[in-house]
Design a binder for this molecule. Structure first.
Ligand code: ATP
Ligand code: MG
Ligand code: FE
Length: 348
């Protein structure tokens, strides 16, 4: 089954085609992402109305480009998957409207995909994918969650952030040291030149039991350290390193705890912060120490928003017989725990 995936929940237009007849990473026939970062940079954050308009401009050309790269005609598609939430309502409606109309015209089914389920399943696009049960760490711009995955579509929230998401903490910390929006990846790059241990920040909420997170206090610690420093380039890098180490160590401690609590040894990681090199390295070390332990990440470009994860998640649901009726409907607030479990397709 060849499924077109459309992602428009925030400030990236993502399009991809996934073919379930091919195994693993080979199933991803093509994917393209157009980022609106330059459009929003001057405002220091995403402007919802501008985001919607830019999705309108970019979505159809991106669909044409992706189909051409996959060597497909639009009539070769067997289904369309689109992000229906959570996200910005106007941005979501652009993707949903285009997806539903295409499916109607082509007389193929369309399926609504939960953006965070898309992120969560992204590591499974790679070769040798893990099978549930496993624990998922979702670390993105808007979410920091530990989820027990009992089956595809059966998600139990083990813990989440009480304030800032991990990616949000990276972006805000970068901003207060004067890095341009969105600063997360730049802060991580800066940290590579930093001296480990010169600045040591707290590992929030690791000194008590539980799987929740809090990252907003770290920001304040960085602000004070930065304010009282010589503000040289080296100091900036050293503070960035101290901040990154604090976030990475906190996430690693909680992941280990979550694996213990869920009684399993496979961890998957997804979302933009999953692209962080030091986090990847640290979680490899942590899981390798467990008997049968393993951690799985998507390739770097599938950590942040993309259409591939939506095509893949949608394909699993379409193959299980799920699809939407003809109305254009989005769900800007949507709890992942309410999703139906994906039944394995009946063997013919
Ligand atoms: P959500 O999925 O929760 O709605 P989002 O879609 O905006 O949020 P993503 O696209 O998954 O989030 O990720 C973007 C976030 O990832 C940003 O906050 C960015 O700073 C962060 N990020 C990207 N690369 C890195 C990196 N190498 N190190 C740390 N953070 C990073
Ligand atoms: Mg984004
Ligand atoms: Fe996202």
């Amino acid at each position: 089954m060849k499924v077109l995936g459309i992602e428009t929940s925030c400030d990236e237009t993502g399009v991809a085609v996934y073919d379930t007849a091919r195994a693993g990473a080979d199933g991803l026939l093509a994917h393209a992402v157009y980022s609106q970062i330059d459009l929003h940079a001057q405002y220091g954050g995403v402007v919802p109305e501008l985001a919607s308009r830019d999705h309108v401009r970019k979505l159809l050309p991106l669909i044409r480009q992706t189909l051409a790269e996959a060597g497909l005609d639009i009539r070769d598609l067997d289904g369309v998957a689109y992000t229906a939430g959570p996200g910005l309502v106007g941005a979501l409606l652009v993707g949903a409207g285009v997806a539903r109309s295409l499916a109607w015209a082509l007389e193929v089914p369309a399926v609504a995909v939960h953006h965070m389920e898309g992120h969560l399943l992204a590591p499974l696009i790679e070769n040798d994918p893990p099978e549930p049960p496993f624990v998922a760490l979702l670390v993105s711009g808007g979410h920091t969650q530990l989820v027990a995955v009992d089956a595809i579509g059966r998600y139990r929230l083990l813990g989440e952030t009480l304030d800032d998401a991990a990616g949000e903490a990276f972006d805000k910390t970068a901003k207060l040291m004067g890095l341009p929006y969105p600063g997360g990846p730049q802060l991580a790059r800066l940290a590579e030149a930093g001296t480990p241990g010169r600045y040591k920040f707290a590992r929030p909420m690791t000194d008590r039991p539980g799987l929740d997170f809090s990252f907003s206090g770290l920001k304040t610690q960085v602000l004070l350290a930065w304010r009282d420093s010589d503000q040289s380039d080296q100091t900036k890098a050293d503070i960035a390193r101290g901040f990154e180490d604090a976030v990475v160590e906190t996430l690693a401690i909680k992941c280990q705890r979550a694996l213990d609590a869920a009684g399993c040894d496979t961890l998957i990681v997804a979302g933009g912060v999953g692209a962080n090199k030091r986090l990847r390295q640290r979680l490899h070390e942590m899981t390798e120490r467990r008997i049968g332990g393993r951690v799985c990440f998507p390739r770097l470009e599938l950590c942040t928003d993309n259409g591939a994860m939506i095509a893949f998640a949608g394909a699993l649901r379409l193959e299980a017989g799920q699809h939407e009726d003809a109305q254009v409907k989005v769900t800007p607030r949507w709890d992942m725990a309410t999703l139906p479990q994906v039944q394995a397709p009946a063997v013919a």
